[in-house]
Every structure is written in structure tokens, then in C-alpha cells.
Write a protein that binds this ligand. Structure first.
Ligand SMILES: C[S@@+](CC[C@H](N)C(=O)[O-])C[C@H]1O[C@@H](n2cnc3c(N)ncnc32)[C@H](O)[C@@H]1O
Length: 375
């Protein structure tokens, strides 16, 4: 039976002595955003000079000191990541008036510049468009030129790699990679540089915590994990917040470690994890449902899909998708010391798919013609 392990550490991510050098396969995270007011208290609690800079109206100084706090965590991420592993950071810029001066604080460019300085290679970034329809989103002089400001309606997902391309050596690593493939049509969507979905949809009960969680949607972490790691890898989030990255790693059959400074999040994280099975499984079934719709659309356009999934029996677009396996969560077990164990079963056992007998006709590494299924 396939299982994964998840661990939550409550400590400061600047120094992660419990995590060995070069032991992590992927980092997906979102730090507190410098110069966004909701994070002022946290940054002030980390450093007196930040408190003084904000108090004295020194915006650029505060910006720079806040980033120095984050720099320590990026340096630690460089230490714990394996060569060829990725660091994905969701970050938004800030606009703010300090000492009567309105200006942009470009968090994404500051992090890009620091991470490349410490040795990461920068790769193309994703613009995450967060739709907002609020009529009061515009700032400045309204309909009169020339003092109105552009509204920030996007955030970034910065993508870095430590060292060159990751190698997959030996048959078991190669097979893990193939089993972790995503659908062709998912590739077309996920690897576009503009993502367009709403902010967080997870249900958080505690109002006070919700306000200061800054949670990203499951979809963001789930995509990054599927794009940049394989099943059985270990994903780390040094700024865990409500635990979204842990949930996404659970859904994607990866192990994970989440680090959070604020112990007040503990009950919420545990609660979310314990109650996440059907929420996460619905995301996995949605992938299958979307793929079946895609097959229908191809049929309608008389476009043929040449290959068959060896494990699930439906047609797929490319040879690379043949051996992919989708698992659903069977059980989530809370263990001592903030550890969680998750077990899985192959999704076809629940049979939401076309008859599985067709899959047995396909050799694991073979190619099957879709006509044999009648698609
Ligand atoms: C933007 S939130 C992360 C939200 C998270 N992605 C989610 O979906 O819930 C940033 C989190 O980092 C935590 N944090 C800030 N500084 C930290 C540090 N040095 N070490 C560990 N956690 C930290 C904050 O308490 C906050 O919960």
C-alpha cells in the first residue's frame, strides 16, 4: 500500500536544524509580504529596527529590513534543497503611503535578486491574476489625470532551481517520474505564465486567524507540486500558515514538512488536515472528470488520441501519460509529535472511470491504439 508522511514543525524557518542538507525535493511557499500592513505586527515582532523604521516613516528602510528577515529563510532553503530541486515562491508586491509618499514596494524583484545572488537559477515566473470586482479598488485622483494609480490585481509565483536539471537514475526513479505524469491538457494550462483563479477557498473557522493567514488556494500549491516533484518526494513549506501546502502534498502523494512560527495555527492546521479527505479527493476526481470531458471534446472534433492509460484505461494524448497513476486518499492518521500518515488507493478501485478491463490489454510500457476502446 502507498503511504506518505507529513510533519509540522513549530519554529522559526531561519534555522531548521532538524532538516538535513540537500534532503528536500521541492519548496512551495508564500512568506509574509513586506510592506503589506497585515504583516507589520509580525515583522515588528521579529526586529526592533523594523519597528523603528515604520514608526519614523522610513518606508524604504523598513522594506529592506523586512526582506533581510526573509533572506535568512531563502538561504536556509538553498541549504536543504537537493541539486536540481525547485523553490517556488508566491509573492505579491505592495503599494503604500508612508510619510505622505505613495509608492510601489516591489517584493518580487527584491526576492528574485536575492535568490539569484545566493546561487539559485531564476526560471520564468507565473503571474497569478486574482480577480477583484470591487468598485473601490482604484486609488488616487479618480477620473482626473494625472494622479490615479494602477491597481495591483496579480501576484507572482517565482520559480528557481538549485543547480542544473534533476537526474532520474535507475528504473525505480524513472518509473516514479512516469507515474507522476500529468495530462497533456493540464500541461497546456499549468505551464502557461498566466494563471487565473480566485484567492483561497478553504474554509477557516477562526475569524481572527483567517484575517492574518494570507492563505493561498489549494490549486496553487497542488499545481506547483505536480509540476516540479514526483510521487514520494518531500515538499517543504517554511511559511506554512494554515497548512495548504501540506494538504496539496497529501493530495499529490508527496511527503511534506511544514514550518510555522505561530503556534496559534496549530489547532487550525490539525483540524483542516483531519477533515480534508473528501475535499482533497474531490480535486483528484475533478482531474479525471476534466480529462474525460477533454476526451469527449476530442471525439467531437474527430481528433484521435493515440495512446491508452495503462492503469486507468482511458485514452491519453501522449506516450508520456501512459504510465501515470492517480491515487485517492484512503485514510488520514494523526500520529504523535505533529506527524500525519496518509494511505492511498488507486483511483480506479472506486470505479469512476470507463471499464478497467481495457487497461489490462495494454502493456505497461506499450502503446495502444484508441480504436480498441471504441473512443
Ligand atoms: C502568507 S502566510 C502563509 C499562508 C499559507 N501559504 C497558507 O496557505 O495558509 C505566512 C506565514 O508564515 C509565518 N511565518 C512568518 N515568519 C516566519 C518564520 N520566520 N518562520 C516560520 N514561519 C513564519 C506566519 O506566521 C504566517 O502564518
Amino acid at each position: 500500500m502507498i503511504t506518505t508522511e507529513h510533519q509540522i514543525l513549530f519554529c522559526n524557518a531561519r534555522k531548521l536544524s532538524k532538516i538535513a542538507d540537500k534532503s528536500i525535493d521541492l519548496v512551495v511557499t508564500s512568506p509574509p509580504y513586506p510592506m503589506i500592513q497585515m504583516w507589520d505586527e509580525l515583522f515588528k515582532s521579529l526586529s526592533n529596527p523594523i519597528k523603528e523604521a515604520l514608526l519614523n516613516g522610513k518606508g524604504n528602510k523598513a522594506f529592506s529590513l523586512m526582506h533581510e528577515e526573509l533572506d535568512a529563510v531563502w538561504t536556509e532553503m538553498y541549504r536543504v534543497l537537493k541539486y536540481g530541486a525547485f523553490l517556488c515562491i508566491n509573492i505579491g508586491d505592495a503599494v503604500r503611503t508612508i510619510d505622505e509618499k505613495f509608492q510601489l514596494y516591489s517584493n518580487h524583484s527584491r526576492i528574485l535578486s536575492f535568490c539569484t545572488k545566493i546561487g539559485f537559477d531564476a526560471l520564468p515566473v507565473i503571474l497569478w491574476r486574482k480577480q477583484t470586482n470591487a468598485p473601490n479598488k482604484f486609488m488616487g485622483s479618480g477620473m482626473l489625470p494625472a494622479g490615479a494609480y494602477i491597481t495591483l490585481e496579480h501576484e507572482f509565483v517565482l520559480v528557481f532551481r538549485k543547480g542544473g536539471k534533476r537526474g532520474f537514475d535507475g528504473p525505480s526513479e524513472k518509473m516514479a517520474r512516469q507515474e507522476s505524469a500529468y495530462f497533456w491538457e493540464e500541461r497546456n494550462k499549468w505551464f502557461s505564465d498566466i494563471w487565473d483563479f480566485k484567492g483561497t477557498t478553504q474554509k477557516l473557522n477562526n475569524d481572527k486567524l483567517r484575517k492574518r493567514s494570507g492563505a493561498f488556494p489549494l490549486e496553487l500549491a497542488y499545481r506547483m507540486i505536480n509540476m516540479y516533484s514526483v510521487k514520494g518526494d518531500t515538499v517543504l513549506d517554511p511559511f506554512l500558515g494554515t497548512g495548504t501546502t501540506t494538504l496539496a502534498a497529501m493530495a499529490a502523494c508527496r511527503n511534506s514538512i511544514g514550518v510555522e512560527l505561530d503556534k496559534e495555527f496549530k489547532d487550525m492546521i490539525t483540524n483542516q488536515i483531519q477533515n480534508s479527505r473528501s475535499f482533497l479527493n474531490s480535486r483528484i476526481s475533478e482531474r479525471v472528470a476534466s480529462h474525460l470531458t477533454f476526451i469527449e471534446e476530442c471525439r467531437a472534433r474527430e481528433k484521435s488520441l493515440k495512446y491508452l492509460s495503462a492503469h486507468h484505461g482511458f485514452p491519453v494524448m501522449t506516450r508520456q501519460e501512459i504510465n501515470m497513476i492517480l491515487y485517492e486518499i484512503q485514510e488520514i492518521l494523526m500520529e504523535p509529535k505533529d506527524r500525519i500518515r496518509v494511505s492511498y488507493r488507486k483511483i480506479s478501485e472506486n470505479n469512476p472511470l470507463p471499464p478497467a478491463e481495457t487497461a489490462t490489454k495494454v502493456r505497461r510500457s506499450g502503446i495502444a491504439k484508441q480504436q480498441s476502446l471504441g473512443f
